[in-house]
Design a binder for this molecule. Structure first.
Ligand SMILES: *[C@@H]1O[C@H](CO)[C@@H](O)[C@H](O)[C@H]1NC(C)=O
Ligand SMILES: *[C@@H]1O[C@H](CO)[C@@H](O)[C@H](O)[C@H]1NC(C)=O
Ligand SMILES: *[C@@H]1O[C@H](CO)[C@@H](O)[C@H](O)[C@H]1NC(C)=O
Ligand SMILES: *[C@@H]1O[C@H](CO)[C@@H](O)[C@H](O)[C@H]1NC(C)=O
Ligand SMILES: *[C@@H]1O[C@H](CO)[C@@H](O)[C@H](O)[C@H]1NC(C)=O
Length: 511
């Protein structure tokens, strides 16, 4: 028994090629996400009749039906649609009411809205989604506004006698409602309540086990996102979102890729497509592969279909590169291949003895706002070197070589503090960014290439590795993980110019 356990740990750490090549067909399922351009009501604040609301929502549901059909033709077994994709956004508490579906109590055991349409009134949208799943013979995940009557004895019950939730619903391939999740971390949504109790929603399917759900802004908070993965062993996250891109650190595809990498799980994300509001960026991410879409020019929706491993932890995610340490020679900082004899493989990753030495601050540090946070930065100079920059308790370090920055300015930045604009959350961030007129400006094109290792002494263990390249393309770190108390990321031979490399840490306890 002991031997088996040992082999498993080794396989997990070294991720041999053979394992990823020899997986049989049953080790995958087919998934789809649809980036939907919704038909929106011109004025979400004015009252609508239920009939007018349904007419609008049917237009979106007709598009969903086409996509389920297209997905079925490709053998898709589960499809995810975005947050707000059917009803839209910017409602008030009152104005959304005709768009809400009646949601039966959670205690209800089984219900197939398509086959039992007379069971509850006010469930037209749920019925159509259920029929879509049944007709297409696939799991359908969609986001709807729901109302759920509550008792006035319940202290959280709103004065109208009903909760209004931002709800993800899941229908099985037979059309049965198998899961529903009420969004916990609302993003300034006056129309909705947070659920009275935080929900960890987990379900299995005939093709894979361990699916979990959360929605949009939830990705930045511990609960339910981290709890699903760490307490419930969720291996596949289904993620309806309506995410406005914010560069250089929080575009939709960056954070989606980062969540999958951070927890070594599959991540199925469907965003709204509305470039005029900065909404685009969807994808299917496995530990080793990214199938994604980001398009600010097209006015069309986009169906993404991909094969997904049933067990993501068996997929090879890290190409082991030689890691580097920095030593001082003749007053210059140079990288040397890290002597593997001083590194030991441990359960948490690779631990290396001996810290890089001789770091100093060659150029004066300066401050620049990046996404409303006051970063401390130092400029990158020369073809190789080592830099360190600190703020509060976080020190970020960079060693680099073969830098060809094509005349562009790059900087190493650190932020350790409470983010307070458009949400309150505590961040610890180490980042290597391309600067425009300011460092932190929104930039999508870059020509600078370099081999680097970025690391920092984080106080949180929740760090998302982000690597965004020119033209809004994603790359994966060559290696990343923990070495002692440092979280690190390394990359050699980037696929194109570097826009942002970051270790984006969330220190949940300090919120
Ligand atoms: C929703 O509100 C945002 C921010 O107030 C605004 O920019 C956007 O145009 C609104 N969208 C719609 C569809 O009304
Ligand atoms: C649905 O509404 C109709 C008309 O108001 C009513 O006759 C019927 O009893 C309702 N059905 C349910 C299940 O509530
Ligand atoms: C049901 O599925 C068939 C076959 O894919 C398709 O032609 C038809 O349009 C679908 N009907 C609905 C209502 O989705
Ligand atoms: C950023 O932080 C530094 C150091 O605390 C401070 O001197 C500077 O004024 C801050 N800048 C802004 C824009 O708040
Ligand atoms: C990170 O390193 C700096 C410099 O060595 C140190 O002052 C700081 O306390 C360290 N932070 C943590 C959390 O260990």
């Amino acid at each position: 028994m002991k031997v088996t356990g040992c082999i498993l740990i080794l396989l997990h750490l070294f991720c041999p090629e053979a394992l990823s090549l020899d997986v049989d067909k049953g080790a995958f399922y087919m998934a789809a996400v649809y980036e939907h351009r919704p038909v929106l009501t011109p004025d979400p604040k004015v009252p609508h009749t239920r009939r007018a609301a349904l007419e609008l929502m049917y237009k979106n549901l007709a598009v969903y039906e086409e996509q389920v059909k297209a997905a079925a033709e490709q053998g898709v077994q589960i499809i995810v649609f975005p947050e707000d994709g059917i009803h839209g956004f910017n409602f008030t508490w009152e104005s959304i009411q005709p768009f809400l579906e009646f949601e039966p109590p959670v205690s209800l055991k089984t219900w197939n809205p398509c086959l039992e349409s007379g069971r509850f009134n006010g469930t037209e949208v749920l019925q159509r989604l259920s029929c879509m799943a049944l007709n297409g013979s696939m799991f359908v995940v969609a986001n709807v506004g729901t109302k759920m009557p509550c008792q006035h004895l319940d202290p959280g019950c709103p004065p109208d006698g009903q909760y209004q939730f931002n709800t993800d619903v899941v229908f099985s391939a037979a059309g049965t409602l198998v899961a529903r999740y009420h969004k916990q971390n609302l993003y300034f949504e006056d129309a909705f309540n947070s659920p009275p109790e935080m929900e960890h929603i987990v379900f299995d399917t005939p093709f894979a086990n361990g699916f979990g759900l959360f929605t949009c802004f939830d990705i930045l908070f511990r609960e339910p996102a981290v709890g699903l993965v760490t307490q419930h062993q969720v291996k596949h996250v289904l993620y309806p979102t309506a995410w406005m891109n914010q560069l250089p650190l929080l575009s939709a595809v960056q954070i989606q890729r980062g969540f999958s990498s951070s927890f070594n799980i599959n991540f199925l994300a469907a965003n709204i497509h509305e470039p005029s509001l900065g909404l685009t960026g969807s994808g299917i991410y496995t530990p080793a592969k990214s199938h994604y879409y980001h398009n600010m020019k097209s006015q069309e929706g986009k169906l993404i279909v991909a094969q997904v491993p049933v067990n993501p932890s068996l997929e090879c995610s890290r190409k082991k590169e030689s890691r580097h340490k920095v030593s001082q020679t003749q007053g210059l900082m140079v990288d040397l291949p890290l002597d593997s004899s001083v590194c030991q493989v441990e359960q948490q990753g690779v631990r290396c003895e001996g810290k890089p030495v001789g770091f100093h601050k060659p150029t004066p540090a300066f401050f620049s706002e990046m996404m409303y946070d006051n970063f401390t930065l130092v400029l990158i100079t020369g073809a190789e070197g080592g830099l360190q920059v600190c703020s509060n308790s976080l020190c970020c370090s960079l060693s680099y070589r073969n830098a060809a920055l094509s005349g562009e300015t790059y900087a190493l930045g650190v932020f350790d503090g409470l983010h307070t604009i458009h949400g309150t959350y505590y961040l610890q961030v180490c980042t290597l960014v391309k600067c425009g007129e300011t460092c932190g400006q929104e930039i999508t094109e870059a020509g600078g290439v370099l081999d680097f290792q970025l690391w920092g002494n984080f106080s949180t263990s929740y760090v998302f590795p982000l690597l965004l390249m020119s033209g809004m393309t994603l790359d994966l770190p060559g290696d990343w993980g923990w070495a002692g108390h440092d979280c690190y990321m390394s990359k050699e031979k980037t696929s194109s110019g570097l826009v942002t490399a970051a270790l984006y840490g969330r220190w949940y306890e300090k919120d």
